[in-house]
Design a protein around this ligand. Sequence first.
Ligand SMILES: [Zn+2]
Length: 219
Amino acid sequence: MEGIKTYSMKKLFWENPYLREYVSKIAKKDGNRIVPEQTVFFAFSGGQASDSGTIGGIPVKEAVNKNGKIEYLLEKEPEFDEGNEVKIKIDWEKRFRIMRLHSAAHVVYFLFKEKTGIEKLIGSNVDEQKSRIDYEYPESVKGVLPELEEKANAVFSQDNEIKTYPDAENPEKRLWECMAWKSFCGGTHPKSTIEIGKVRLKRKNIGSGKERIEITLES
Ligand SMILES: [Zn+2]
C-alpha cells in the first residue's frame, strides 16, 4: 500500500467518541486491506481494545495502527473500490463499555496514587469486560480496595466533566483531564463521570511483588 504516508487520516473517534457510524471515502484498498480517509473505528492502542464493526457491511477482522493511519483487514475482499464512499459502523454497546471502563481506570489510578504515592504502572489494559492497572507493590492491594472503590463510586455518582484534547506541542498526542487529574491518553472517553456508573474493584496477584486492580461495571 504505497503512498499511505502521504495523506492524513481523520480520527473522528477523538473529535466525537459518540459517533457510531460514518460514511467515508476509501483512500486505499489492497485485497481485503483497506484504509478510509476518515474513521470512527478505534484500533488497539495504549492498552485499549479495538472496536468491532463493519465497513461496507463486511465485518472487520483486525484494525491496525500504521504510521498514524489505521488499516482494516476485512473478513473478505470487498466489492467497493478506492474512491468509493462506504459506511463504517461500530458495535456501540462494546465501545461505550470500553469508554466507561477506560475513564474509570484513570480515576482509580489517581485515587490509588493519592492513597499510596505510587504512580508507576507496569501494565494496563481496557476491553469491554474490564479494565486493569498493574503495579509493583510489596503487599496485597486488597486492604486499600474498599476505600478506593467507595471513592471511585462517589466520583462516578456525580457529573464531573471529562475532557480529551490534543497536546499543544504534538497534536498526535492527546490528553485526558477530569477534576484535578490529567494524563496523556489517546483513548476514547465519555463526557462525564456520571456515565461510568457504579464499578467494582478486584485484586489479582500477578506474580511476586506484582499486584493488579481489576475494574468491572455493575451494569
Ligand atoms: Zn487512557
